[in-house]
Design a binder for this molecule. Structure first.
Ligand SMILES: CC(C)(COP(=O)(O)OP(=O)(O)OC[C@H]1O[C@@H](n2cnc3c(N)ncnc32)[C@H](O)[C@@H]1OP(=O)(O)O)[C@@H](O)C(=O)NCCC(=O)NCCS
Length: 385
């Protein structure tokens, strides 16, 4: 296998972004390529993720992006894996470079949602669940994750205040992230007094609907090492896994098996142990999802991750910083851009641009990105070069 490095990554500020998704995608792509030091002409393949582009009446985004970059002849493909779309796209780029098929790839994730009302956006998102058994019967993502949260609270006694500690931490982290949708810290009181969305999840347990785009340039260092302008991140593992899609078919609602499977594969591939990971960007579409990620990947025993968050163990200055970017909760969650945006945070950290949210001396980072309620999951492990 060839080595694969992240050479450059860029994102816009998530939130309400004017213009179409394709414009955001082209802008961040150009910025990521410029940061990397390679030329657009070096790109051998473009992998695009844009799960809900159809809401803008736009599919087949790849050729449009490549045309904007002046490389219309380069092949492209759209990769869809619900909320884990752009980490799945990164995996495809990794496989192409590691296998020696190409020397450089562009990965772009983008979503434009602010032209939709909350009800319409919720209905689009619900297409990522099991339509026949879940969405058609009224289940939404806040409802499905509320079901997981209820089961976790019943089995392990997880408390609102523990979920609140995650929300407060992620909003604090996002307050020093210029790319974040929400940049104001919140207090536990604000969290506890926020309106109920779907019991037991309150407003501040939920990620928002965000517009946004993120792009990542990956290269074979044997070919491009001399050209690179940034401190690169070597991709030591790129692993994916799946689990039973619909909640009603599962025997246990307190875990997402795909997270454990993908993390086990990734740690094995990277030849590292849990204790080697210096920080993680995990999929916290709802606060309970951060609890599940930390437990299912084996960083905390089942039923203890909420308490660990409440004790401050996952703050930027804690034992294992989780979501220094602010996570999906506060940085925002433009679905298909999320996986790529996690890699942007890794590059910001490795290149000393994270400011107050810097994880000092970090060498290994883990990025964990879930599709829907866990039907799919990607885990990448990156090492500062
Ligand atoms: C929680 C949710 C229902 C709120 O939607 P809403 O009630 O229509 O809220 P609005 O968009 O009208 O916003 C009202 C206010 O709350 C804020 N807000 C909205 N969602 C927020 C969130 N998740 N966290 C914090 N603040 C939020 C808005 O910024 C706005 O603040 P302002 O009045 O100061 O401008 C919606 O954000 C949601 O469904 N989130 C989950 C998205 C999802 O399922 N993603 C897929 C995950 S798998």
């Amino acid at each position: 296998m060839e080595e694969v490095w992240v050479a450059g990554a860029a994102m816009n500020r998530f939130g309400k972004v004017p213009g179409m998704g394709r414009e955001m995608a082209a802008n961040v792509s150009l910025e990521a390529i410029e940061k990397s030091g390679i030329s657009p002409k070096d790109i051998g393949y473009t992998f695009i993720s844009n799960a809900f582009g159809i809401s803008e009446r736009q599919a087949h985004l790849g050729p449009l992006i490549n045309t904007s970059l002046g490389i219309p002849e380069v092949p492209s493909a759209t990769i869809e894996s619900a909320c884990s779309s752009s980490s799945a796209a990164l995996h495809e780029a990794f496989v192409h470079i590691a296998g020696g098929f190409i020397d450089a790839a562009l990965v772009v994730g983008v979503e434009k949602l602010s032209h939709l009302e909350t009800l319409a956006a919720t209905s689009y998102f619900a297409m990522g669940a099991d339509y026949a058994f879940e969405s058609k019967n009224g289940a939404t993502f806040p409802g499905l994750y509320a079901t997981l949260a209820t089961a976790h609270m019943k089995k392990y006694g997880t408390k609102h205040e523990e979920l609140g500690a995650i929300a407060v931490k992620n909003h604090v982290n996002a307050s020093s992230n210029p790319h974040a949708h929400f940049q104001k810290p919140i207090s536990m009181e604000t969290y506890l007094n926020s309106p109920m969305v779907s019991f037991p999840l309150k407003l501040y347990d939920c990620c928002p609907f965000s517009d946004g785009a993120a792009a990542v340039v990956v290269v074979n260092p044997a070919k491009f090492k001399k050209d690179l302008k940034e401190v690169p991140a070597a991709i030591r593992a790129s692993a994916r896994a799946g689990s039973i899609a619909a909640l009603q078919d599962r025997t246990d609602l307190t875990a997402i098996p795909a997270s454990r499977l993908a993390a086990d594969k990734a740690l094995h591939q990277a030849k590292v142990e849990h204790k080697d990971i210096d920080f993680m960007e995990v999929h916290d579409c709802f606060t309970i999802a951060e609890v599940l990620a930390m437990e299912d990947m084996g960083f905390f025993a089942k039923g203890t991750a909420g308490k660990a968050a409440a004790e401050g163990q996952t703050r930027v200055d804690g034992k294992l910083p989780v979501n220094p970017s602010g996570g999906l909760k506060a940085k925002g969650h433009p679905v298909s851009a999320t996986g790529a945006a996690q890699i942007v945070e890794v590059m910001e950290q490795f290149n000393g641009r994270a400011g107050k949210r810097e994880v000092k001396g970090a060498e290994y980072a883990l990025a964990h990105n879930v599709g829907a309620t866990g039907g799919s999951c990607s885990v990448h492990i990156l090492q500062r070069v």
